[in-house]
Ligand binder design. Structure first.
Ligand SMILES: Nc1ncnc2c1ncn2[C@@H]1O[C@H](COP(=O)(O)OP(=O)(O)O)[C@@H](O)[C@H]1O
Ligand SMILES: Nc1ccn([C@@H]2O[C@H](COP(=O)(O)OP(=O)(O)O)[C@@H](O)[C@H]2O)c(=O)n1
Length: 209
């Protein structure tokens, strides 16, 4: 079984994907980490994330094993990830490994922006997880305060809105719900409520197969 989870920044898709994978005994891939790793490699090399040739080189030579979510968290890396993610050749370089992961037994939960639309259009279950920008910024602010206690809420909200705009308006694989995705709005749900709602949606989708 393949479960595709897409949604905007800090909607809770990663938290949900991890729990669903555990619950259903599937592998899990946070595809945002791949783009974050490419962005981070460029930053570490002192290069501009918009440098297409360098970004493609980094994507083609990326070792996807053992990526450290902690080291790749933070809004600066998220911003660089969103810039490299708008480069079609970067997306193409990362496509095969995501598909191979998805189709490795016993199946997988993948979360990102284009899983239901591009990476796994044939996924048995597709969820589009969302929440209001203010709610998402509040959640991400809690995360960011652990990295930098001086982080202002307004900065986090502005970063999230900028990234949403770029991710939704790019020409290749823009952030969008697949036509056959179930939309799960977590604005008024805590992580436990979102998980329970998602399990119900997965079971409903599987019962119809
Ligand atoms: N339904 C929820 N309600 C409240 N907080 C949540 C919920 N889902 C996730 N979180 C918290 O919000 C933050 C962002 O969640 P995360 O799963 O990393 O989002 P995404 O993968 O969409 O960026 C994390 O601190 C997480 O613990
Ligand atoms: N499948 C994916 C996953 C991430 N991305 C890009 O990578 C960036 C970082 O993704 P992420 O999932 O780690 O971001 P958060 O939602 O955790 O903030 C996003 O803003 C997208 O630009 C993408 O384009 N396609």
């Amino acid at each position: 079984m393949i479960i595709a989870i897409d949604g905007p920044a800090a909607s809770g898709k990663g938290t949900l994907a991890r729990r669903l994978a555990r619950h259903f005994g599937l592998n899990h891939l946070d595809t945002g980490l791949l783009y974050r790793a490419v962005g981070q490699r460029l930053r570490a090399a002192g290069l501009d994330p918009a440098d297409e040739a360098a970004a493609v080189r980094m994507a083609e030579t990326l070792d996807p094993t053992g990526l450290d979510p902690e080291a790749l968290s933070g809004s600066a890396v998220g911003e660089a990830a969103s810039v490299v993610a708008a480069i079609p050749a970067v997306r193409a370089a990362l496509l095969d490994l995501q598909r191979r992961f998805a189709h490795t037994p016993p199946g997988a939960v993948l979360d990102g922006r284009d899983i239901g639309t591009v990476v796994c259009p044939d996924a048995e279950v597709k969820l589009f997880v969302t929440a209001s920008a203010e709610t998402r910024a509040r959640r991400r602010h809690v995360d960011d305060l652990r990295i930098d206690p001086a982080t202002a809420f307004e900065t986090v909200l502005a970063d999230i809105q900028k990234r949403d705009d770029r991710d939704s308006s790019r020409e290749v694989a823009p952030l969008a719900a697949a036509e056959d995705a179930a939309v799960l709005d977590t604005t008024d749900l805590d992580a436990e409520g979102a998980f329970r709602a998602a399990v119900a949606l997965v079971e409903e989708a599987m019962a119809l197969k």
